[in-house]
Design a protein around this ligand. Structure first.
Ligand code: GAP
Length: 443
């Protein structure tokens, strides 16, 4: 693919995602709402496949991590204990000329509006990112509640219930995936910084003396998830170690991906010390639920927490950026009907459609549907009989379908179909009876 500027690349990706029903702006009919995104019919399978891969890797494949699905709204004290109500804020400034609002730390030139160039900016002010609502029929401060700004706090709150129910002993983890909400001042880069997004977090509870070993273990595990499970090339990923640490933390590192708009965080691995459990102990005054008892010393202590925290939307965006490609020469040579081929080179496991069944003519609908039925239980499939075969290939390429199976007039005689590979565009004749086995080795 020829080099594109960041703006051009992102514009093309955003347009493709809308055109093909992968991701589009929420409330598009009303002009959209900034920082909110809907996943369409071809986005949901991608998002779910990534979430399932994470859940399998972090929970199902391990004996020492348990799952949780907590509510989005918790007791408001949770957010006082976590420090979010007091401290979860960004410093912002308003341009008095064009009325735009910015995060001070994101201004390219301090004191200058990036939009209109004015230097008439307000004094920096703190802006809390928590989204507020009211619980019950009375809309006053007493009934105020917050949409969770991170999924991990309910994990700390439910720590002891999970520990007792599962009879887990330290060290063990609790994981959950779910929505988080932040009133971001400047949502940007498509879904990268949204106001509503999905987090996938795991809090690992251990003794302080072993916490750095676990930190290193999880850092490696999470790196492997991106390179091995998701297939992201190592050279597109890097670690960014935090120099400034919270007073209670021993280490913090981000995994960053090289997005078209620069290296940016997709996951943080944080040593959180005993901060969370001690704060919830202080605010709830339920010491027995926040500490664990040491049989040897006969003393209770706060577990130390090592956290892995990533954003599902950012991972999907990373996969889409990594997969987006355009080719011209190859297209002309092999399919011969359009100049530019847009293709998402997604790994088969995450492609919205894994196999598309395409009858060469509408007359072949019945046997082609039979072929699809044979694949549908095992793979994500689609059926498309409208337009020329070249156009249908293009549509499938644009959503990243790795294999197209064409049923043609010879198929009825030789009981075979043509399998076309998205990346090489090569075509192979495969007997229908061997199709499942053939595709199973590839997907
Ligand atoms: N519990 C720790 C925590 O929430 P964070 O660095 O604020 O840490 C963790 O967020 C991850 O959540 C980030 O690495 C990112 O992938 C995702 N995330 C955070 N804010 C986001 C936003 N506004 N839009 C999309 N994803 C976001």
């Amino acid at each position: 693919m020829e080099e594109l500027s960041t703006t051009d690349f992102m514009a093309k990706l955003v347009a493709l995602c809308k055109r093909r029903g992968i991701i589009f702006q929420s409330s598009d009919l009303y002009g959209g709402i900034n920082g909110f995104w809907d996943y369409g019919p071809n986005g949901v399978p991608l998002k779910r496949a990534v979430e399932q891969a994470w859940w399998k890797n972090m929970v199902e494949d391990r004996d020492n991590v348990e799952g949780l699905d907590s509510t989005i709204i918790c007791h408001p004290e949770v957010w006082r204990a976590s420090g979010h109500i007091e401290q979860f804020s960004d410093t912002m400034t308003d341009c008095l000329e064009c009325k735009k609002r910015y995060r001070v730390d994101q201004l390219e030139q301090p004191g200058v509006c990036p939009s209109c160039g004015s230097t008439k900016l307000t004094e920096p002010r703190e802006f809390n990112l928590m989204m507020k609502t009211f619980v019950g029929p009375v809309f006053d401060e007493e009934h105020a509640a917050y949409l969770r700004a991170e999924t991990c706090q309910p994990i700390f709150v439910d720590f002891n219930l999970v520990r007792i129910a599962t009879r887990q002993k330290l060290p063990f983890g609790i994981a959950q995936t779910g929505k988080a909400f932040r009133n971001e001042i400047n949502p940007r880069f498509f879904t990268f910084r949204s106001r509503e997004f999905t987090q996938m977090e795991m809090e690992f509870f251990c003794r302080d003396s072993e916490s750095m070993e676990w930190f290193e273990y999880w850092r490696q595990e999470r790196w492997n998830f991106y390179t091995q499970t998701l297939g992201i090339p190592e050279n597109k990923l890097r670690l960014h170690w935090h120099e400034k640490l919270a007073h209670y933390a021993k280490a913090a590192v981000d995994i960053e991906f090289e997005f078209p708009f620069g290296w940016s965080e997709i996951e943080g691995i944080h040593h959180r010390g005993t901060w969370d459990m001690s704060r919830h102990c202080e605010f709830s005054r339920q010491e027995q639920d926040c500490k664990v008892f040491d049989q040897d010393t006969k003393e209770s202590f706060f577990p130390t927490v090592v956290e892995t925290s990533c954003g599902l939307d950012r991972i999907c965006l990373m996969l889409l950026c990594n997969a987006y490609d355009e080719d011209t020469a190859e297209t002309k040579k092999l399919d011969q009907d359009e100049d530019l081929r847009v293709v998402l080179r997604l790994p088969a496991r995450y492609a919205p459609v894994q196999i598309a069944v395409l009858p060469l003519s509408k007359k072949l609908e019945a046997p082609a549907i039979e072929v699809r039925k044979g694949l549908q239980q095992k793979y994500r499939t689609a059926y498309d009989d409208s337009g020329s075969i070249g156009k249908r290939y293009r549509r499938q390429d644009e959503i990243g379908t790795p294999f197209c199976v064409t049923y043609d007039f010879d198929s009825q005689q030789d009981q075979a179909v043509t399998v076309r590979d998205r990346d090489s565009m090569s075509q192979e004749r495969i007997p229908i009876s061997e199709l499942d086995a053939f595709l199973a080795t590839k997907i």
